[in-house]
Design a binder for this molecule. Sequence first.
Ligand code: NAP
Ligand code: ZN
Length: 405
Amino acid sequence: MWSPCSSQSLNRLSSHDQESNFFSTDLLFLRTKPQVSEQSLESQLMAQTTPNHTQTVSGWAVLDSSGKAVPHTFKRRENGVDDVTIEIMYCGICHTDLHFARNEWGITMYPVVPGHEITGIITKVGSNVNKFRLGDRVGVGCLAASCLECDFCKSSRENYCDQIQLTYNGIFWDGSITYGGYSKFMVADHRYVVRIPENLPMDATAPLLCAGITVFSPFKDSNLVDSPGKKVGVVGLGGLGHLAVKFGKAFGHHVTVISTSPFKEKEARERLGADDFIVSTNARELQAARRTLDFIVDTVSAKHSLGPILELLTVNGTLAVVCAPDQPMELPAFPLIFGKRSVRGSMTGSTSETQEMLDVCSKHNITCDIELVKTDNINEAWDRLARNDVRYRFVIDIAGKSSNL
Ligand code: NAP
Ligand code: ZN
């Protein structure tokens, strides 16, 4: 879902050949290092303009740290042998798009074309691609490329490949910066493309490609998909959080929402099926729920303390952190050690796991609750998302009549 700055060696950049090296994390590292001269940085970036980028595509991009999206025309690569070209129908708006647009993590490479919750139709198929045909309904999430050789790539856990490159703000094999789904079409390596089950609608399914898989994966890691009857907590009732509630209920668990927004209680219970609702600013409610939950997934987009959340876990309970606030979160020792509790991170999911999640959604009829927005209203949607005013995901109507793409 994002490219973290890593401390990988910079050497690879100088030995970089045009063929197949990844260096996004190196490049991001470079970009945060003031001692690198603007000129050398500029020349590295110039190297990313590759001759095979011949296709012109219209989209929406953020050009600078003003964080405003504007119409933007850019180039995509030709459809290669391993690629499919996708006419984009819908693209969800993840809070990550906002973090990137506003450079909240300090790693944005402008211009950035956000969007990693993409559904669309295949219009071109490369000669090495056997699993897709023209006209197939497909989706693309956060992943654009990985090394294909490490243990993680070989065991369908490529989301943890050290060389992972993301759908936007990443750097592809050929050195070009990746651009996301706020655009008319995209070219994607088929190994990171999934099939949308027939019974799932393309608009309300788009957010499953990031929000859905990001909360499904920790449920699976904690053996909560096929073992009903546990007590599950969901912190933050936004895009990720509301899907976590739906998964929790579909998998037969008792689900408690922990939220800063008391006004969300009615819909959490009546619309999403939550069993309990705790207002996280209410000390009495937190105290009453101490040591009651087996597993909690934290989806809060802003800085917060993990201490009060940990207190809600039983002894040996697990807190899965999937959120990515721009500031470090407080992790006090006492609730950890007195309850022998664990805190674990989780980063989106692999392609095969994403397909599995979609098939589970197809079986349980799980889709996202969405508000469809026109391309012209992206900035308004972002402002509302920042104000915590969305039920529960904005999805951009890329191919509809209202679209200007
Ligand atoms: P979202 O729709 O904006 O939901 C975030 C929720 O956090 C809000 O609905 C709100 O819930 C709560 N919240 C917001 N501001 C808060 C504040 N100041 N204090 C306390 N609570 C606050 O965001 P999202 O798209 O679900 O994404 C959530 C986070 O996950 C983001 O940081 C995003 O970058 C990250 N993410 C990570 C991955 C991954 O691979 N690990 C993937 C996707 C997204 P209440 O009103 O209920 O309190
Ligand atoms: Zn996302």
